[in-house]
Design a protein around this ligand. Structure first.
Ligand code: PMV
Length: 365
């Protein structure tokens, strides 16, 4: 069993004056949802997600040794322009991870970041953004440790990157490595941990190969309720304990479904998880609704289409109004046709993004 102290490094023997790294990290879409957490970003229940391929953040981290080593120092550029309003989140992240990366105050950092998906599309960029930053910081740690005699293992590199990303934004720990990623302790999933995401270790049926996710942008505005407030509302929530138990049950069912390729079962679990997530929002105090009328129009249209055609297409939702339409690659053409004919009208400015399962973060050399 891992504990957080396993990620506190030995003193570094190597010193580096300046340099830079660059990584891309993808967004991910949860099938079993993380909603509710304990101290230190420990999830109240395990979750599992598909890693996306096209929606990603690309971050270059430049670093240079500085004189004053008492404070964190960094500039933040978003799409080439200084972005002051992102800085408090990064400052908090650096504070949280300092004991695991003791070199942070020795450097001035320039964090230069951009997303491949449209700004304020309502797609959460915190998962891909925090993962991309964590990957860069791990590259620096790896370089600083390279003279220690024992080379940092790939497992440790990715586990610690995921561990750090989790401290930035919980779901970010599922954006580091692997196509299907589990985060949170689950008895029947070997290696699963509350501390970091792990690649789903069991068999995955061909049906899920290149699984498609078309993201329908229903509402691109700022969310009225942030996910951190939402997680908090699961404390003293009347249905919390039952919900957390249900997430474990659904994850166990998915283990079987991933192996058998049973898409009907898959659809039932995934849609139920999406609606349960939003039901938790609607039954907290204060209660809130993040779905919009068009979210419901799309859900109903998907149900009608699935009933009539028997094509195994389903939806999931994250903490917002957008709809992720999930389907196997084999029915791609028919589903895209359906989306264009019947769903695009419900999207803001007709916008949607075609994505599919991807493999995780990539270093850009
Ligand atoms: O990582 P956070 O704190 O933004 O929470 C994400 C929560 C959901 O997207 C709603 C569910 C999930 O598991 O990704």
């Amino acid at each position: 069993m891992f504990s957080a102290t396993d990620f506190i490094p030995q003193p570094y023997s190597h010193s580096i004056e300046k340099g830079s790294f660059q990584w891309s990290a993808p967004s991910n879409i949860a099938l079993v949802k993380y909603w509710g957490k304990k101290e230190d970003q420990i999830p109240a229940n395990p979750s599992v997600s598909f890693t996306l391929n096209n929606c990603k953040t690309i971050t270059k981290l430049a670093f240079a040794k500085k004189q004053n080593q008492d404070v964190f120092s960094f500039d933040l550029l978003f799409e080439g322009k200084s972005k002051e309003d992102f800085k408090p989140k990064i400052q908090k992240f650096l504070e949280r991870i300092e004991s695991y990366l003791p070199f942070l105050k020795e450097y001035h950092f320039t964090i230069d970041t951009q997303n491949t998906f449209p700004h304020s599309s309502g797609i959460a960029s915190s998962a891909s953004g925090m993962a991309a930053l964590a990957m860069n910081l791990m590259s620096l740690e790896k370089a600083l440790s390279r003279n220690l005699g024992t080379e940092m293992t790939e497992d440790y590199f990715y586990q610690k990157a995921s561990f750090l990303a989790r401290l930035g934004s919980g779901s970010a720990c599922r954006s580091v490595k692997g196509k299907v990623v589990v985060w949170g302790n689950q008895e029947n999933i070997k290696g699963s941990s509350d501390l970091f995401g792990v690649e789903f270790p069991n068999a995955i049926h061909e049906n899920f190969k290149n699984y498609q996710d078309t993201i329908l942008l229903v509402d691109k505005g700022e969310k009225q309720v942030s996910s951190s407030v939402g997680h908090d509302l699961m404390h003293n929530h009347p249905f919390a304990e039952r919900r957390f138990a249900q997430a474990h049950e659904n994850l166990d069912k998915l283990i079987t479904v991933f192996e058998s390729g049973n898409l009907n079962e898959f659809i039932t679990i995934v849609e139920s998880e999406a609606l349960t997530l939003h039901a938790m929002m609607m039954t907290s105090i204060p209660y809130f609704i993040l779905m919009k009328p068009n979210t419901l129009q799309i859900i109903n249209a998907i149900w009608k289409f699935r009933n009539e055609t028997k094509i195994p297409v389903c939806f999931t939702l994250d903490a917002g109004a957008n709809v992720h339409v999930l389907y196997p690659e084999s029915v791609k053409e028919k589903v895209i046709q359906f989306i264009k004919a019947e769903l695009v009208g419900y999207c803001q400015n007709g916008q949607y993004i075609c994505d599919e399962i991807g493999r995780g973060s990539v270093e850009i050399l």
